[in-house]
Design a protein around this ligand. Structure first.
Ligand SMILES: Cc1cc2nc3c(=O)[nH]c(=O)nc-3n(C[C@H](O)[C@H](O)[C@H](O)COP(=O)(O)OP(=O)(O)OC[C@H]3O[C@@H](n4cnc5c(N)ncnc54)[C@H](O)[C@@H]3O)c2cc1C
Ligand code: FES
Length: 290
């Protein structure tokens, strides 16, 4: 038995306790782990009790590697399609390493889903710009797939994606499909190019001024390192996108995930319940004074 199998089963009869108490994890079994890049992996999780987890694109869960610790991780799957619960995780430390190295069949704890969604439907009727930096494409993936499922409700759709090197590009096959079959203009740029890279080199912010969208009718969804999001939001505002039409997904250290502990506080906001997706008109004054 794995270290990750060491929890008591759900109580028999009635609603599982984990559904009633957001601090109690539900048990999910790792079905498959796919390596996406040298340090990033996608876990497919199956509920041990058979009840799928309903969620909205942009929400996150607290993933518990039992005996090691918990980490907030966005759900990267398609919220409209039943199937395994997907999380795409970069191996940066103790918990994330335990999660991505846990063997198939191991049991993890899942709390949530928590937080605010992207709400991509709210952008229907206008242009949409997704801007992702690095692992930030993973939290946006569900919103992109949701948009594709109702593609004709949106006008121009652009995805601007920046990564450190060509080897760090996530979901490469899907990027090609989105561009070829789903009417999305996909522009990828890398910070450092070596090998046979023939694409763009430079920061993702540099793509914003000349990307093809009508700023006055655009909703933007931005996810990546905080400094990148600040510059991207500022570039979008300079292009004429309204602050209340720009949504950013914020990251803060989290413990409870449900507004109890204060670890994720950003001035008057608790990022776990007021976010992680927040509009730039709310965030701009908080980010500029940090
Ligand atoms: C709402 C939300 C959604 C997230 N979604 C994803 C996701 O989809 N995929 C993914 O790979 N990661 C995601 N993260 C980041 C992830 O939670 C952290 O990488 C993880 O908690 C690190 O834990 P660790 O024990 O592996 O690393 P640690 O050993 O704790 O730290 C390793 C390094 O990561 C830094 N770090 C620790 N916690 C965080 C944090 N919360 N945010 C940023 N840096 C941190 C530390 O400063 C240190 O440099 C998300 C975070 C939040 C708040
Ligand atoms: S993580 Fe505890 S209040 Fe947000």
């Amino acid at each position: 038995m794995s270290l990750l199998d060491n929890r008591e089963p759900e109580p028999a009869g009635g609603a599982p306790a984990a559904l009633l108490d957001p601090m109690l994890p539900r048990r999910f079994r790792i079905g498959h782990t796919r390596q996406d890049t040298r340090d990033t992996y996608t876990l497919e999780l199956e509920p041990v009790d058979g009840a799928p987890l309903a969620y909205l694109a942009g929400q996150f869960t607290m993933l518990d590697a039992f005996g090691v610790g918990e980490a907030p991780i966005s759900i990267s799957g398609n919220p409209l399609v039943p199937g395994p619960l997907e999380h795409t995780i970069r191996d940066v430390g103790v918990v994330t390493h335990a999660l991505i190295t846990a063997p198939a069949g191991a049991v993890l704890g899942v709390r949530g889903p928590f937080g605010t969604p992207w709400d991509v439907s709210d952008a229907a009727g206008g242009d949409v710009v997704f801007v992702a930096g690095g692992i930030g494409l993973a939290p946006l993936r569900g919103a992109i797939l949701e948009l594709i499922a109702q593609r004709d409700r949106f006008e121009r759709v652009v995805l601007l994606y920046g990564v450190r090197t060509p080897e760090d590009i996530l979901f490469g096959d899907e990027l090609r499909t989105w561009a070829k079959d789903n009417g999305i203009v996909v522009e990828v740029t890398v910070d450092n190019a070596q090998h046979a890279w023939r694409g763009r080199v430079g920061l993702v912010t540099q793509l914003v001024p000349r990307a093809g969208f009508d700023a006055r009718r655009t909703t933007a969804f931005v996810c990546g390192p905080e400094v990148m999001m600040r510059y991207v939001a500022s570039a979008l505002v300079d292009r004429g996108v309204r602050e209340n039409r720009i949504r950013l997904s914020m990251e803060r250290n989290m413990k409870c995930g449900v507004g109890l502990c204060g670890h994720c506080q950003l001035r008057e906001l608790f990022v776990c319940v007021d976010g992680p997706v927040l509009s730039y008109d709310r965030l701009a004054p908080l980010l500029s004074c940090r």
